[in-house]
Design a protein around this ligand. Structure first.
Ligand SMILES: [Fe+2]
Length: 163
């Protein structure tokens, strides 16, 4: 075998237009999820009342899932060759999550407020699912998996206050 048989690695099999489209839709998803990680912990620390134990524990699960989902979405963007900006100040400026009440809270309010946080994130995630349909199906699959997981966490929390 001569040296001419050794092939250089091929270029990434993705166009820059596809990568830019993926970044356009998954970067906002990362911002929402990183904000959910921070606010989920805030809620975890300050919940009180009769369902303290269950809600406290579920909020830690939510935080862990949101961090995993964020990692998957961010690494999909990077895997296609583009950077993303998820610095603290950027997340604070871009995330659409409503403001949590400050201080200790009864579990009913905690659940309602965290569900509202999840709902805000889901608007962005579902927009990504729609937007990625024509751009990149593997990236759409990332958004679909996140939507499914977050909707399940929403149900587990909501069940603490639903009639
Ligand atoms: Fe904890």
């Amino acid at each position: 075998m001569s040296s001419t048989d050794i092939q250089a690695p091929s270029d990434l099999a993705t166009t820059s237009e596809i990568a830019a489209g993926v970044a356009q839709f998954l970067t906002p998803v990362v911002h929402e999820l990183e904000a959910l990680v921070v606010n989920g912990k805030q809620a975890h620390w300050h919940v009180r009342g009769g369902s303290f134990a269950g809600v406290h524990e579920l909020l830690d699960d939510l935080v862990a899932h949101a961090q995993d989902f964020s990692d998957t979405a961010a690494e999909r963007v990077v895997a296609l060759g583009l950077p993303l900006d998820a610095r603290l100040e950027t997340v604070a400026a871009k995330a659409t999550l409503p403001t949590l009440s400050d201080g200790f809270q009864p579990y009913q309010r905690t659940v309602a407020e965290v569900v509202a946080q999840i709902d805000a994130a889901l608007v962005t995630i579902r927009a990504a699912i729609q937007g990625l349909d024509d751009i990149d199906l593997s990236s759409q699959d990332v958004a679909i998996e996140i939507e499914r997981g977050l909707t399940k966490d929403r149900w587990l929390l909501q069940a603490h206050v639903a009639a």
